[in-house]
Design a protein. Structure first.
Lengths: 207, 181
């Protein structure tokens, strides 16, 4: 009863030699995907989905993290640069550089270096223009005695409003010292050497 | 042949250690063999892919239960793939349990015409069988199971298995009659 008929035997023999489609890669990828889920390997080097899957998620996360970090660093760098572009505070001459000693009431010139952005209300300090052309030796060097030359009226510059009001008419300010034309310069008995500005010592400075 | 057995032993050892390379090697080694079995139970190639992927996942999960002293690896893999193919058919249709047959009919079939037919052509005819009848016919005529064994595998009675086989033979007879010159 359970014997197979001749044609069934023929069918069985024929189906033993049926052509096999080439789908091994497709099937293996599915098997590997399922095995990675059900039986992950110890090193976990293979992500679920096999080699045909997109790159690792961790790779993407690492790249995103690096981009975020780079963006943060760029923001901080930009802020630091913008902070450096602010008007620099007035540079103060180091204490090792002695301040020049100004005699005869000449307003002592501070060592502050004014920037172009200095407020207009502050008196602008004149540049000292020596009578002789500037040479390397005539350039003021810390520790040396600077030579000061009073400038003529044509070099008068802006002054504070108060000082202007105090000047007699026609007077021109040079080094904030009023020079009244027609009047004899200086005091009798005082020579040019007396007008030499000697740098005060540190402990002798009023401030 | 000796070299092939040594390779299979190494592959089995690697599969037991859950090594992907060994698992892939074993899969490719038995791909043709297992695919031929899967195609008997499938309607098309995608069905066969489903059967194969599910079967090999089960093979690698239960590789530790294989005992070479109890049988060959071919027989073990064939059993798993056949069971998976059968489950695949069961998922598509219900096996009729209310039809019983005492004796299976044996209609006359033109064996000569059948001899001239190719494997693919015969496969196409078999695939036209209803799912349950298809399963019983494959188990009986191709796999060589008897009705008692078929009833145990499918959950149907021996009478129902015989009925399905009779239906399959009638269908094949009609189909092959159309091929007569």
């Amino acid at each position: 009863m359970d014997q197979r008929t001749p044609y069934e035997l023929i069918i069985a023999e024929k189906l033993q030699n049926i052509p096999i489609p080439d789908m091994a890669d497709q099937i293996w990828s599915r098997v590997k995907f399922q095995l990675d889920i059900d039986m992950p390997t110890d090193d976990d080097s293979d992500p679920p989905g096999g080699g045909q899957t997109p790159p690792d998620t961790g790779f993407y996360l690492g790249g995103v993290g690096l981009l975020v970090l780079a963006a943060i660093l760029a923001v901080f760098h930009a802020r630091s640069l913008s902070g450096n572009q602010e008007p620099a505070p007035a540079a103060i001459v180091p204490a090792s550089n002695p301040q020049p000693e100004i005699k005869s009431g000449v307003t002592e010139k501070s060592g502050a270096i004014k920037t172009p952005s200095a407020p207009a209300s502050v008196a602008r300090y004149r540049e000292y223009i020596p009578a002789t052309p500037l040479t390397g030796d005539s350039v003021f060097v810390a520790g040396e005695e600077p030579r000061v030359t009073l400038l003529p009226d044509s070099f008068a510059t802006e002054t504070s409003p108060d000082l202007k009001n105090d000047l007699p008419p026609g007077a021109a300010l040079t080094d904030s010292v009023p020079v009244i034309p027609g009047k004899k310069r200086g005091v009798s008995g005082i020579t040019e050497n007396d007008y030499r500005i000697v740098p005060k010592k540190k402990d002798q400075q009023p401030y | 042949m000796l070299v092939l057995e040594q390779d299979i032993d190494q592959l089995l050892k690697g599969c037991r250690n859950n090594e992907r390379l060994a698992q892939e090697g074993l899969f490719r080694q038995f791909y043709s063999f297992a695919m031929g079995i899967a195609m008997r139970y499938s309607r098309d190639e995608q069905d066969a892919c489903d059967i194969m992927s599910q079967a090999f996942v089960k093979i690698f999960k239960s590789i530790h239960s294989f005992d070479s002293s109890k049988g060959s690896l071919h027989a073990w893999i064939k059993k798993i793939v056949s069971n998976e193919g059968l489950d695949h058919i069961k998922s598509r249709s219900r096996f009729s349990a209310n039809v019983e047959l005492e004796k299976v009919e044996e209609p006359q079939v033109n064996n000569a015409a059948l001899e001239d037919m190719g494997a693919e052509e015969i496969m196409e005819i078999v695939k036209k069988l209803p799912p349950a009848t298809h399963a019983v016919f494959v188990l009986y005529a191709i796999e060589g199971y008897n009705h008692r064994e078929i009833s145990e595998k499918t959950g149907i009675s021996e009478g129902t298995s015989k009925w399905h086989l009779s239906e399959a033979r009638k269908f094949l007879q009609k189909q092959l009659e159309h091929l007569k010159p």
